[in-house]
Design a protein around this ligand. Structure first.
Ligand SMILES: Cc1cc2nc3c(=O)[nH]c(=O)nc-3n(C[C@H](O)[C@H](O)[C@H](O)COP(=O)(O)OP(=O)(O)OC[C@H]3O[C@@H](n4cnc5c(N)ncnc54)[C@H](O)[C@@H]3O)c2cc1C
Length: 417
């Protein structure tokens, strides 16, 4: 195993880290306050803060743009698209860059490296036709438009993707779409123009060949955002999570991705690197929480001592450091395995980190909140929002239990063979 970064990746990590600290963290509080003010006054909290576009322009100019684009898939984009083609980093090289971005809720957007756009861009890159790439991928790479991924449904247990009941039936040269999705992240953004929709196309086929992925323009007739959902009181502007109905939506059959019945193939390709990105960002978040917690604990006194020296706080801080470092090694291991190609070991490793890291981050953030006292519960610090983000990650991209099941299946398989 070799986790050493290439000199180019180390340079990018340092530059991203400096950009986050110098340019993004100082504007975070004002960006958050703006959203709260607009929401509370009934204003438009969804249109992205102009500061995001300003910072995006700077990041793009400095080549800190689309760094998620993997070496293996970048192809002509790496060669022909200059900055927009990313740097063709391996998963090992991208992991610490993603960690640096995870420190701030704004940073992934600023570098055009935010979910779900990254996963959707990867899907288009790997499976899109030249026309689909030109129409949707290229404006996504330039951050001119945004996207959403519509798989989860309110009426079925969506942790089992074979349950998806909304339909995408191919009729002649059209696909007819009906049903309801929810937790479609990104659909609150007025720039969201394209949806990657997963629907049942052939109920009689083998369970992994029943579903189709299709590109649905956000403004197609019959697409309606019924409501925006909150997660523990947060609305996650400017992306948001929407409940969306599809009522006899018709799109051309050329909008099908890869081919009818091939949604599972696409979903598998989409999620491996995406989960590594989520986990590295969660490690960045945990690092920031630990820093805030330590600063508070040495800077405030109770019972005649710094809070750091009271009770078991030093031990809790030490355990947080151990937990973060352990998680990082697991993520680097998963990234390294993915770079060697998809294997059972890589599948297991990706599920291992998907269980380990959000739970680790929750523990560290909770400790930092406790060290802050009541202040930790307010939005004066980014800790409450960070806790909700980490909590969401125990569900998004598959609940812990589903990932544990994957790990156990692979482990037990060794003995059944
Ligand atoms: C913030 C956030 C953003 C999201 N963004 C998106 C998005 O952009 N697009 C999208 O399509 N979806 C998105 N999701 C949805 C997410 O992927 C689903 O919530 C997840 O797959 C679980 O599906 P479900 O909610 O229907 O839970 P269910 O399938 O109803 O499962 C409920 C619970 O059952 C238990 N369970 C399930 N399977 C097992 C098992 N095998 N063993 C033991 N227990 C089990 C688990 O405790 C699980 O949490 C998002 C979710 C959140 C919270």
């Amino acid at each position: 195993m070799d986790f050493s970064l290439s000199p180019r990746a180390a340079d990018l990590r340092d530059r991203v880290r400096a950009f986050v600290t110098d340019e993004i963290e100082p504007v975070e509080a004002a960006a958050h306050a703006r959203i709260t003010r607009l929401r509370e006054s009934g204003g438009d909290s969804w249109t992205p803060d102009p500061v995001i576009a300003e910072l995006q322009a700077k990041a793009r100019e400095q080549g800190l743009w689309n760094l998620f684009l993997p070496a293996a898939h970048a192809g002509r984009y790496a060669a022909d698209f200059g900055t927009d083609g990313g740097e063709g980093l391996s998963n090992v090289d991208y992991a610490p860059v993603a960690e640096a971005m995870g420190r701030s809720f704004l940073a992934p957007l600023v570098f055009n490296c935010n979910a779900p756009d990254t996963g959707n861009m990867e899907v288009l890159l790997r499976y899109g036709t030249p026309e689909q790439k030109e129409q949707w991928l290229e404006p996504l790479l330039r951050a001119e438009i945004r996207s959403a991924f519509c798989m989860t449904e309110p009426d079925v247990a969506s942790s089992d993707a074979t349950n998806m009941a909304a339909t995408a039936r191919v009729e002649g040269d059209e696909v007819v779409i009906n049903g309801r999705k929810w937790f479609s992240t990104g659909i609150g953004n007025p720039d969201c123009k394209i949806l990657v929709f997963m629907g049942l196309s052939d109920p009689e086929a083998d369970r992994h060949s029943r579903h189709t992925m299709v590109l649905v323009p956000r403004d197609a007739e019959g697409v309606k955002v019924e409501r925006m959902l909150s997660t523990m009181g947060y609305h996650d502007e400017p992306l948001g999570h929407g409940e969306v109905s599809f009522d006899d939506v018709r799109v051309p059959a050329v909008n099908v991705l890869l081919g009818p019945g091939r949604a599972f193939e696409i979903a598998q390709g989409r999620l491996g690197p995406g989960r590594v990105h989520h986990c590295m960002r969660a490690i960045g978040l945990a690092e920031r929480a630990l820093e805030l917690g330590c600063a508070r604990a040495v800077g405030r006194t109770a019972f005649g001592k710094p809070i750091a020296n009271l009770g078991g706080n030093r031990e809790r801080i030490a355990d947080a450091r151990i937990a973060i470092n352990r998680s990082r090694l697991l993520v680097m291991h998963a990234a390294w395995l993915l770079d060697q190609g998809m294997s059972r070991e890589a599948y297991s490793a990706v599920s291992e980190i998907k269980v380990e890291v959000p739970n680790m981050a929750l523990g560290v953030i909770d400790m930092a909140i406790q060290l802050h006292g009541a202040a930790g519960m307010t939005d004066d610090f980014p800790l409450a929002a960070a806790w909700v983000g980490a909590r969401s990650l125990r569900l998004a991209d598959g609940p812990d239990e589903v990932h544990r099941n994957v790990i156990a299946k692979i482990e037990l398989g060794k003995h059944l063979a």
